[in-house]
Design a protein around this ligand. Sequence first.
Ligand code: ARG
Length: 566
Amino acid sequence: MFNNYKQLIASKIKAPLSTAELESLITETADDAFGDYAFPCFKLARVMRMSPVQIAQKLAAEVELDEHIVKVEAVNGYLNFFVNRLELTWDIISDVFAARGLYGNSDIGAGKTVCIDYSSVNICKSFHIGHLSTTAIGSALYKIYTALGYNVVGINHLGDYGTQFGKMIVAFKLWGDREVAEREGVAELQRLYVKFHQEEPSNPQLTEQARAWFARIEKGDPEAQELFEFFKRVTLDEVMKIYRRLNVKFDSWNGESFFNDKMDKPLQMLRDKGLITESQGAQIVDLSEYGMPPCLLVKSDGSSLYATRDIAAAIWRKREYDFDKCLYVVAYQQNLHFKQFFKVLELAGFDWAKDLVHVAFGMVSLEDGAMSTRKGNVVLLKDVIDKAVAKAGEIIADKNPNLPNRDKVAEQVGVGAVLFSALESSRIKDIVFSYDRVLNFDGETSPYLQYTCARCNSILEKVGDYKASKVVGDYRALDDPETLRLVKLIGAFPQAVQDAAAKYEPSIISALLIDIAQAFNRFYIVRRVISDNLAEQNARLQVVDATASVLKRGLALLGIEAPDKM
Ligand code: ARG
């Protein structure tokens, strides 16, 4: 029933508009005192030649009430409708239970494919806090689209191509050691790379050697290839540990180097279409007409660029996956790059260029001023997670010293706090990361959501299996403002999941979960859940149960686990 209230209300308004038009004007009220749904009469003033106030009064008098729509009021040019609130409450709660832990899932994406390019780490480079947002947002979108029935392809477009790998080989052969690299990981590779740059000015031969090695990588020389694969493995071993902790997964690891032999055809095609011009020996696509600098595709020495690979990758992905959308979850610093190569593909006549979306996000910095990208001052994501987990452990030890599985819960809370910091507000905003803020159990944080969820569980556990009790819940006990507010927010969850997907904005879910948790805590303070009246108690326990279920599901879509106990 509950999903059809708007439709039902529209059918009861006797105004000169189609039912569909009427329905589209109906909104949910912000304040329950003014009913549950409102219809503004302002648009009708011209056609009906009356003031909105008069129209509202006239239409209100004509509405036929029934057992679903129980009251209508005309207020300041609005028609305010009151639905059967117990019915609404019960419909939402039964929807949650019927979904068996997967509330919000749907099949609106059935038959459609979405590619999500996210995290996309760079080989031989550290995985730093600058990668947090792409990883958290991309992974959340992966889970959200999957829940909506889409076929999702998660792509880690590895940064595994470039002249720096020639330098790495030279440095490694001169000063490196396999055992040390295995043990120390990327930190050791970075040390060698820095040493190369320190030595280079006084030893120009190094530059030559690096160039030669890079050429050997490109030619597929076995020794060069083997060393490159070694660096790649050392880097990925480290990165995989973090992905495992964050519960992040990929279906494809085809990165930049995968396209080494896949650029000639696209380039030839662009030439054939007359899009490429020569400029000082380089090959470019002139985009001045679109207010952009040229897109550089081949350097004067014949080598390809980041954009060349992205063009080849997009064409390859379209052919391989036939995507309906291809998302690139990448920082806004790369805005121009995406605009440029999307434009080139559009000019080349690919109508699917419109389905490429740059899902941009802001920068992360730490409270103490440490930036994500500045050289020599990188803050490793692993260190941030470790520190958050350690702090979460201290808080838990303090709050609940006898908690079983304390380490596991600390990990779930710490990891959740870090992930949520990148998912809590609209993605384009810059973030200043603060441990105290993200771990505040009373703030608008992941620990707060987890804690509320655990609280629901402990209430349910205290009373035993309420569903097995012979006493049927008395839903009249749910007729109060606090329950209504909470249940309506729960009822908004499925739409929030769809909006999050449509706007590539997991924060829509985050914000709703915070509202739900706050509404629950208010409900729990004001309404007595545990009571002598078992029928009332059982009805309220269902609200608690549904709250736990939706919080857990929402957190899962954000990639965050909800511990049973906290
Ligand atoms: N590896 C790149 C970086 O760290 C991000 C790659 C994003 N994906 C893409 N298809 N360009 O900046």
